[in-house]
Ligand binder design. Structure first.
Ligand SMILES: Cc1cc2nc3c(=O)[nH]c(=O)nc-3n(C[C@H](O)[C@H](O)[C@H](O)COP(=O)(O)OP(=O)(O)OC[C@H]3O[C@@H](n4cnc5c(N)ncnc54)[C@H](O)[C@@H]3O)c2cc1C
Length: 388
């Protein structure tokens, strides 16, 4: 049955025509092109690469950036697009998030005109793929400790180090690698095929299976001085990219939650137990659905407000922490409740719920864990940093 949306509180009435159009066209794309293949891609542990040119043609890559072939969407339009993509699968939304928020955004914000002209149009069409290398084996939640180093050698930089858990690492034509230099942490655009640079896929993931995750190795890897993003200075530049991506996650996970809710709602209306009564007629079942729709609705209002104030230039990283942390948590709760309501069927891949539930475990961890965002919020409200 085609999806008609989840709008308990008439939130659609706060969306304009363009916003509704972006959501509709993304939804139609997902239903026609992604829904038929995502289960197999997930089970086979691969990203459906055939979709990349189509994702580019739809304007999904770097959609809220302007110029250089980008769609120039508002942040609410962008958020609605992310929501529809993640309704299909978090791996699909991750691909689009990494390309746009973690590779195109930093080139757009911190790059030279030559870097922008060279990379952004190709990344926008999907002709080129990018990845973002920040995390290291010993530095996940605390990237400030990174060991990867870059040292200047005439007209070159030489990079040494290891990055891990890098989405799209082996697929990428260009890796944005963050490294420590004598002037602090800087970002470098390392092209595929550069001697000393290799990407190796991680296998054995039971979550985010329709997404490629790799380790990056840099051994005496020599890149030209023009590979440095000149305006990216210090860890705060890397974190500003994460703020963009987390905003997309705050919207995206609502798509996963809405899908789980809607599948469970329809299931309990049809499924009968005890005297031929539908599951939906039991109070305990209704309470679960009531809790799900309440939390989804609160999450929708939060995301919409975040999008509106982002469009006004008022959204701060601490706001995004609250958005990401809350909406991922409620999406996980919805997926678990939906899994439960489907009984044994809930664990089967005939339904999307278990896939979403497994994916959301990753989404809780990456882009700042639930704990780290709690600490950001805690610092904001007390003025006291408690990370260490
Ligand atoms: C599928 C996937 C894709 C990813 N893609 C990318 C990518 O494209 N690029 C990239 O750079 N990284 C990526 N990551 C890495 C991700 O950002 C890290 O996994 C994340 O930052 C957490 O780091 P960690 O796994 O080392 O966990 P750790 O930092 O070791 O944390 C483990 C646990 O300890 C808790 N913890 C840590 N410090 C504190 C503290 N001070 N107080 C309280 N609790 C704390 C955490 O909240 C967590 O519960 C990806 C990860 C996954 C799983």
């Amino acid at each position: 049955m085609s999806f008609s949306g989840v709008d308990y509180f008439l939130i659609d009435s706060a969306l304009n025509e363009e916003e509704l159009l972006v959501r509709r066209s993304t939804r139609e794309f997902v239903e026609a092109r992604v829904a038929p293949l995502i289960k197999d891609a997930y089970n086979q542990g691969r990203f459906p690469m055939d979709l990349v040119p189509e994702l580019g043609r739809m304007g999904f890559f770097g959609a809220n950036l302007t110029g250089y072939g980008c769609a120039g969407m508002s942040n609410v339009e962008y958020g609605l697009m992310m929501q529809e993509l993640e309704r299909a699968d978090s791996g699909l939304r991750s691909f689009v998030s990494v390309q746009g928020a973690l590779v195109m955004y930093p080139i757009h914000a911190f790059g030279t005109e030559e870097q922008k002209q060279h990379w952004l149009p190709r990344l926008a069409t999907g002709e080129a793929i990018g990845c973002f290398g920040l995390t290291e084996p010993d530095f996940g939640s605390n990237p400030s400790g990174m060991k990867t180093r870059a040292r200047r050698d005439g007209d070159y930089w030489i990079l040494d180090g290891e990055k891990t858990w890098i989405t799209n690492g082996s697929l990428a034509d260009v890796a944005l690698v963050w490294a420590r230099t004598d002037e602090g942490i800087r970002g470098f655009l390392v092209e595929k095929g550069t001697p000393g640079f290799t990407a190796t896929d991680l296998h054995g993931k039971l979550s985010m299976r329709a997404s490629v995750t790799s380790s990056l190795s840099l051994v005496n890897c020599r890149v030209p001085a023009t590979a440095l993003l000149p305006q990216a200075k210090g860890l705060k530049s890397a974190l500003s990219c994460l703020t963009q991506a987390r905003f997309g996650i705050g919207w995206g996970v609502l798509g996963a939650a809405m899908e789980c809710y809607e599948v469970a709602r329809q299931y309990v209306i049809l499924r009968k137990q005890f005297d031929d009564r539908p599951l939906a007629s039991h109070q305990l079942v209704q309470e679960k659905l009531a809790n799900m729709i309440t939390e989804i609705t609160k999450g929708q209002l939060l995301a919409l407000h975040a999008g509106r104030i982002k469009d006004q230039g008022k959204l701060e990283p601490a706001h995004v922490s609250l958005l990401k942390r809350n909406n991922v948590a409620i999406a996980l709760d919805c997926a678990r409740a939906a899994r439960d309501l489907l009984g044994a069927n809930g664990i089967m891949d005939d339904y999307p719920i278990m896939r979403h539930l497994c994916n959301l475990e990753t989404v809780k961890t990456y882009e700042g864990t639930d704990h780290i965002h709690a600490l950001v919020i805690g610092e904001r409200v007390t003025g006291v940093a408690a990370y260490r």
